[in-house]
Design a binder for this molecule. Structure first.
Ligand code: HEM
Length: 179
């Protein structure tokens, strides 16, 4: 994971729980808290921080990861305005994530750990995103989708029909978007 992701996790923890909690997480995981935005760090370092946050707060890991995704979205928006052309909707934006956004991210940062999404574009109000990644961060995807829905001011319901955490080869995130 890129250092920028660790820095944003620090922002979220400090905002919600205070700087002393972040310091305690660093102590518990033996990390120094210095992450260069553009450098890649082992995924295990990020997962260790999330596990420590779970042990400290009692909040389930899935909930923490989803909340982090929701927190990340406005930051991604702020730093990547070029992807947000006028006229986008939640659905047309989500279709761009794998086809354009992550493609551009990969060009700029060939070492970025990016997932793969395939789409089943059912009709105007429905979309299935089939998520595959060795990191199994499907709850992060759920949180990012929630952040995007907030950004576009659209309502949706999501069912997580298949999940890699249940031994499936990929996760199926099925969205029904309100008219
Ligand atoms: C402006 C929008 C977006 C930008 C700029 C962006 C960029 C990135 C970057 C840079 C990473 C890699 C981080 C690393 O290597 O440490 C990443 C990972 C990821 N992105 Fe995106 N992303 C965007 C939107 C989304 C959305 C809307 C979704 C969900 C549908 C999504 C799903 C994910 C997931 C789940 C990961 C974690 C890696 C994994 O699952 O293997 N992204 N993204």
């Amino acid at each position: 994971m890129k250092g920028v992701v660790f820095n944003l996790l620090e922002d979220m923890v400090e905002k919600n729980f205070g700087v002393e909690v972040w310091d305690a997480l660093l102590d518990e995981t033996g990390q120094d808290g210095v992450y260069v935005s553009s450098e890649s760090y082992p995924d295990e370092m990020l997962f260790a921080l999330v596990v420590a946050a779970h042990e400290k707060s009692g909040i389930p890991i899935n909930d923490l990861v989803r909340a982090f995704g929701e927190f990340l979205f406005p930051q991604f928006y702020k730093d990547n305005q070029e992807f947000f052309k006028p006229g986008l909707t939640l659905k047309s934006f989500l279709l761009l994530v794998d086809r354009v956004i992550h493609v551009e991210v990969r060009k700029l940062h060939p070492d970025a750990g990016l997932p793969q999404f395939e789409y089943v574009d059912e009709d105007d109000s429905e979309l299935t995103m089939i998520y595959t990644s060795p990191r199994k961060l499907c709850m992060l995807a759920e949180g990012l989708i929630a952040g995007a829905a907030m950004h576009f001011d659209e309502d949706y319901t999501l069912t997580h029909d298949k999940c890699m955490h249940d031994g499936e080869a990929s996760c199926e995130l099925h969205l029904k978007i309100a008219a």
